[in-house]
Write a protein that binds this ligand. Sequence first.
Ligand code: TYD
Ligand code: MG
Length: 459
Amino acid sequence: MEKSKGRTIFVCQHCGRESLKWLGRCPGCREWNSFIEKVVTAPAVSARPLPPTSPPQELSQVVIEAGDRFPLPMAEFNRVLGGGLVSGSLVLIGGDPGIGKSTLLLQVSALVAHSRVKVVYVSGEETQHQIKLRAERLGVKGENLYLLTETDLDVILSQLEGLNPGLVVVDSIQSVYSSELEGVPGSVNQVRECALRLMRWAKLSAVPVLISGHVTKDGAIAGPRVLEHMVDVVLYLEGERFSAYRLLRGVKNRFGSTNEVGVFEMRSQGLVEVDNPSQVFLSQRWGEAVGSVVVPALEGSRPLLVEIQALTNPTSFGLPRRTANGVDFGRLLLIVAVLSKRVGLKLGNQDIIANVTGGLKIEEPAADLGIALAIASSYRGVGVGPQLVAVGEVGLSGELRAVSQLERRVDEAARLGFKRCLVPKTSASISPVPKGIELVAVSTLREAIAVGLVRGKAL
Ligand code: TYD
Ligand code: MG
């Protein structure tokens, strides 16, 4: 019998898209020259089903064992994980290089090891000496924490057998490779298959595995995006390069909500949990500043007060420019259009910059009113009162629309000492209104500006 010949396919090294013929530009990620040829001799490893470990079982008979989810001794991390690490799960922590993934993973490893669980920290990027230096900086002693500096996945997996750990960390997935596979470490093929093997190992041994992955903008190495669909949990560590705050954001979670964020601050001794982020983000606010409005935003289920600033300035030549930092560019354009058309502000010849302080990103439409007020405040040169917060979605006819979970937002504003909250009339009914704060219900953006921006007697 003739042996079946290998089939040739082409794989984009940037996003993992496969094609039967070579393409100059990937239709998926629009990257040029990213397809390389690959010969498929056997069915790809990923196509093979997991080895059956047990016969099919009736769902009603499956028992959930206590201890299937163990909480980590780090509250902000736990919050994002949905309460703790599930045994046998594969968790990906993605982020830009240098954002603090290795630092976070080493800190988590040390905390878990401290609670008498054996942890294996595999690093393919740093030497043991470098990790020790970092550990000293973090004040980590490291009993129960085993370092393995290795990049060959087969060696890593065989070492794990002997050690029998309770948690495994692999930093980073792009640095490990398997010699059985084609491609350099970090290529789509290697990243995907290595993650799959770690996944299988995690499932079979019921040990949680944390892996880190760099996201690169230029696409030089395969980003962790190709892994998102196969791992159980995807978290992204985000932050501005020049801000010390880091947000750990859930993007996918098979065992919990994806809406949660954890807030950390990068200090000289590592990442420190921030349990009162609103206070931190507002700490540098400058009283009744023109063009600055505080918005009770929601990050997942957590209310967070953020300061939105805007600056309008006459355009010196050419087209007026709009710049959005931390707010959605499309929303900014919409709000500017509504301010021009429905409120009558002449913004057509103004450059406009909107900014969220502290390097945060606010994407929910509930921040619309805050952005609009900040722009109007800067344009008119009148500040809003220092004790006012504003929340509401702006509609195209200039109406204010209801926002979700108003109660939580108002609570947080009251807790931090704000006295008045501008809210859309349609969602103004919460009871009881928290002590010390008054709800000011407005139905249109025009009305909100009339109430919020009053020269001399700001709210
Ligand atoms: P790192 O964890 O190496 O980032 P990643 O693994 O995501 O590439 O973090 C590197 C940055 O963090 C580096 O710029 C230095 C800074 N850092 C601190 O500010 N404090 C610390 O205690 C540590 C360990 C790092
Ligand atoms: Mg690192």
